[in-house]
Ligand binder design. Structure first.
Ligand code: HDE
Length: 713
């Protein structure tokens, strides 16, 4: 007996829905925001042929072999077999969003770049954030540098600002990049570790390469575990040039400053999140945009006049150096807002192709040897990653400015070029397309005519030789808790290094040259002898501290978009929930009601409240703060619920603000937690909100940290 294709479920056929099913479908329909273009369309092959049966391969009889002639099955499987493309060699894990950039004013005095001139103009952008070390599927919250790549679709062509969330880099010359990346990537014999630098090859390399010292201390700081992609600064890293219509060039460093402030996770939280929610950063960005909490960054530049190029005690071409903001303040240029999630991750986030060489008239490169090498690398890598030189035709990469030239053919060409002249000059197509002299209105790109008079030589400039002063400046500029985190991070990472000589080299030849206390504390944690002095002489520099480097000074002064968990069980005080929710909403913050399970909880006065999730489903690590409303029965239930107690202990350990209302004070006694500026209790929700919100606004209760260490992880 042959087995027939099952008859379609009648309830799925239009017009035959049961009333219940029809209701559910209508509801799901109205929820579906990411609708396919194929809605209402017949299933067809890539050749446009309608498909009658998508369930069964063509076979010689119901139990017989499959037939090669089944072009429908072969087309489908062949396409599937080739669905993956090579992931990025670095920055493979990432996510992206669309938005726009708007200039604050006309910056024509600084640059002729059009998108920085008309304040009324909204230039579309696409941003991709990434980690560096891990593969596509690795965790978001690992200790790593974050990529911060912005594509501006300007009327004069694409400008890519391909930066990071740290202002310096590990190496000074591009020729060292493959060595650095081989050292930091998972080790070649066993492909371990995924998404981290706590392993021998990384520390072997950086302990042998002192120019990495400054970047490594940034990577051991809280900057490497950002709270969200929305709370990261971005940096162009290299020195660039801005050039105005008169041809005047100035050196600049690009900065992105999030209006939501800059802050980080704590280490235990970051590690747990990497397991409990691999997509934590990706999800946060996605949800913020869906909710209308559009993330914003201010773009600014530090400007150095040409004649002041050599005025610093470092070389502005050296990518391992910052220009401290206290020496050259940031001039704000405009604001970027991200307001639209991608429609398709692969087509947009995966296929977007950035390149520092994508610049527009009014912007130019400096001679930073790392930047110079990058100008070659990015286009080259896209050719193997995206399968040929036509990646600029992919929708996410296409400039809004039209492109016409004599480039033709190659893999994946989608433009149908017309005409016979694919060369220039020509006379048979009227000479088109033609060059535009730079001096003309909307003139063509012109490189800055920098005078070069030098020997062809392989040599590092002597002005690049101070590797420790700025690492020391960074450490000295940290608040006490940030310093402790840095010591803990070096100790953790080096503790994972198997070879003791590598640990010792990092401590004695790198850390001891940055700061002896740092070196000694790390040595102590590793059981190594304390270094007595550094191996290189300390250089005198013009600045000892740069407060702009400490995240303690970078908070926004509000609690906008912060997330608060409300823990409740049956018998909860419903009015307290309402009051807290209202107060949070008024500040632009968000609350989620969590119960022991996903079932609704009953208030003391008998109302059923739908919960957003169970406490297990949305752990404390996904929130900035916790509120426990009163209600005797609810608090008694939570007191006997291990998940609820762990919730509070964990939030306490991660230094989050906790407000206990009414009877919920019992939980503090039960868990033996000392009240502090962020662990508050009170009978009146109205009175609780002020100190509670102030504590949330401080991001974390740093003063609690020594005590929190005693709480089991
Ligand atoms: Fe990259 N880098 N990089 N890099 N980089 C890549 O290009 C490279 C460097 C950065 O979201 C690759 O398309 C070299 C500094 C970001 O798609 C590759 C050198 C900075 C992204 C490449 C550097 C960056 C990349 C891999 C040393 C901060 C992700 C895939 C000379 C200013 C872009 C790709 C995205 C990606 C090469 C150093 C930022 C291989 C040779 C410094 C944000 O071309």
């Amino acid at each position: 007996m042959s087995i027939k294709k099952p008859a379609p479920d009648k309830s799925e056929m239009a017009g035959t829905d049961t009333p219940d099913r029809a209701n559910t479908n209508a509801k799901l329909d109205s929820l579906e925001k990411f609708r396919s273009d194929a809605t209402g369309q017949a299933l067809r092959t890539n050749q446009g042929v309608k498909i009658a049966d998508n369930q069964n391969t063509l076979k010689a009889g119901p139990r017989g072999p499959s037939l090669l002639e089944d072009f429908i099955m072969r087309e489908k499987i062949t396409h599937f077999d080739h669905e993956r493309i090579p992931e990025r060699i670095v920055h493979a894990r990432g996510t992206g969003a669309h938005g726009f950039f708007q200039s604050y004013e006309n910056h024509a005095a600084l640059t002729k770049a059009g998108f920085l001139q008309d304040p009324g103009k909204k230039t579309p952008v696409f941003v991709r954030f990434s980690t560096v070390q891990g593969p596509r599927g690795s965790g978001d919250t690992v200790r790593d540098v974050r990529g911060f790549a912005v594509k501006f679709f300007t009327d004069e062509g694409n400008f890519d600002l391909v930066g990071n969330n740290m202002p310096v880099f590990f190496i000074q010359d591009a020729i060292k990049f493959p060595d650095f990346v081989h050292a930091v990537k998972p080790e070649p014999h066993n492909e371990i570790p995924t998404g981290g630098s706590a392993h021998d090859t990384f520390w072997d390399f950086v302990s042998l390469v002192p120019e990495s010292a400054h970047m490594v201390i940034w990577a051991m700081s809280d900057r490497a575990i950002p709270k969200s992609l929305r709370s990261m600064q971005g940096f162009g890293v290299h020195t660039f040039r801005l050039i105005n219509a008169e041809g005047k060039s100035r050196f600049v460093k690009f900065h992105w400053r999030p209006t939501a402030g800059t802050c980080s996770l704590v280490w235990d939280e970051a590690q747990k999140l990497a397991g409990k929610d691999t997509d934590y950063h990706r999800r946060d960005l996605w949800e913020a945009i869906e909710m209308g909490d559009y993330p914003e960054w201010e773009l600014g530049v530090q400007i150095v006049e040409e004649e002041n190029e050599h005025d610093f005690d470092f070389d502005i071409l050296d990518p391992t150096k910052i220009i401290p903001e206290e020496i050259v303040p940031i001039t704000p240029l405009g604001k970027m807002t991200l307001n639209r999630n991608p429609d398709n991750f692969f087509a947009e986030v995966e296929q977007v192709a950035f390149c520092p060489g994508h610049i527009v008239p009014g912007i130019d490169f400096s001679n930073d040897p790392l930047l110079q090498g990058r100008l070659f690398s990015y286009t080259d890598t896209q050719i193997s990653r995206l399968g040929g030189p036509n990646f600029h035709e992919l929708p996410i990469n296409r400039p809004v400015a039209p492109f016409h030239n004599g480039q033709r053919d190659a893999q994946h060409r989608t433009t149908i070029d017309k005409g016979r002249a694919s060369y220039e000059p020509n006379s048979i197509d009227g000479g088109w397309p033609k060059e535009t002299p730079p001096a003309a209105q909307d003139g063509g790109f012109e490189s800055y005519p920098e005078r070069i008079d030098a020997a062809k030589i392989r040599q590092r400039s002597e002005s690049f030789s101070d590797h420790f002063s700025q690492a020391r400046l960074f450490f000295n500029s940290m608040s006490e808790h940030e310093k402790e985190h840095i010591i803990a991070a070096y100790s953790f990472e080096l503790g994972k290094v198997e070879r003791e000589f590598i640990r010792a080299r990092e401590v004695n030849e790198i850390l001891a040259n940055i700061d002896l206390t740092l070196a000694r504390r790390v040595a102590q944690n590793l059981g190594l002898p304390a270094p007595v002095k550094g191996t290189v002489e300390v250089r005198k520099t013009s600045l000892d501290r740069s407060p702009a480097l400490s995240q303690a000074n970078l908070l926004p002064g509000n609690i906008k978009t912060r997330k608060v968990a409300i823990l409740a069980a049956n018998g909860v005080d419903g009015a307290a929930i309402d009051a807290m929710k209202k107060a949070l909403e008024a500040e632009g913050a968000h609350a989620k009601l969590l119960g022991p399970t996903s079932a609704p909880v009953k208030t003391a006065d008998g109302k059923a409240l739908a919960v957003d999730a169970s406490m297990e489903g949305m752990p404390s690590i996904a929130f900035d703060a916790v509120f426990v409303p009163g209600g005797a029965a609810s608090v008694t239930a939570l007191s006997g619920d291990g998940v609820a107690l762990h919730y509070l202990l964990e939030a306490y350990k991660h230094l989050k603000a906790i407000a206990l209302h009414g009877e919920a004070k019992q939980l503090q006694d039960l868990l033996k937690l000392d009240a502090d500026v962020g662990l508050l209790q009170g009978k009146d929700v109205g009175a609780l909100t002020k100190p509670f919100f102030a504590a949330i606004g401080e991001h974390r209760v740093w003063a609690r940290e020594p005590k929190a260490k005693a709480i089991p992880a």
